[in-house]
Design a protein around this ligand. Sequence first.
Ligand code: GLY
Length: 331
Amino acid sequence: MNRRKFLEKSTLSTAGILSTPLIAGERQGLESGNSPNPSSIDLKPIVIATWDVPNATEKAWSVLQNGGSALDAVEQGVRIEEADENNQSVGKGGRPDRDGNVTLDACIMDKDSNCGSVVYLQNIAHPISVARKVMEETPHVILAGKGAEQFAYSQGFEKEELLTEKSKQEWLQWKKTAQYRPVINIENHDTIGMLAIDGNGDIAGACTTSGMAYKIAGRVGDSPIIGAGLFVDNEVGGATATGVGEEVIRTVGSFLVVELMRQGKSPQEACRTAVQRIIEKNKDKLDFQIGFIAINRNGETGGFCIHPGFSYRVYSGKGHKNNPSSSYLAK
Ligand code: GLY
């Protein structure tokens, strides 16, 4: 079975959503009050992150306030979620694959288009920091699996058990039916993507996840793929994604958002257009969530998703706020 057929067969169809015609769904989204919610922010520095992760944005903001770089801010920011065992979609405590192994994906990108990534990393609690080491200490961009793990040990990272009792018990429960079903807006979390502009006006981004719960062993999503889960161009802005990674990869989603901003779209319009591109390729099955957030060089931010329920945090000189994202489908 190929990957698309696998996803089609294994995701549950959601009555009403699958039957919603594309145009009607779009109209629904607009008429339901889900109007674009761009926030024009002229004060920098600024931090934006997928989902309502106030501790992560707070940490990144404090790095920026102390004169730190955008790169330091996004790394330190997402590490908060990686360390939070109650966040079961990122880092330690993440939900395992179907064999019970927690495997982590992450990437990071700086103002000079340097980037680093780790995929299928096990036994290391902070994949984002290993990704940064790949970027800074090797001539490569991506390290995978055992190689990435060995590299992490060589850089001083310590081996840790990532499967917590809570995630283990949930996995054992799941095994009773072993039904593969990505859950929309799972816990109001999923991938944590973060973008920041520092006091010099430079942009960086980070993205980290434990991937889809109960995935096939070896599966890697969009989050560690530069251009899919994350993209930064210091001349334009940055974007990052959350949701079903397969669909983000197929459209090289975050790169698409940045290129749309390069062509003159606002972050909000760019995120919306990228989501529409994914919808056009999935007209008959919208039973999955995708959300993009973006920031441009001016510090304007935006976000757009398929299903209501996604939100993103912004911390700037104007305050610290969770923003419900505009969505294609109505509640
Ligand atoms: N967006 C996370 C994943 O698909 O793995």
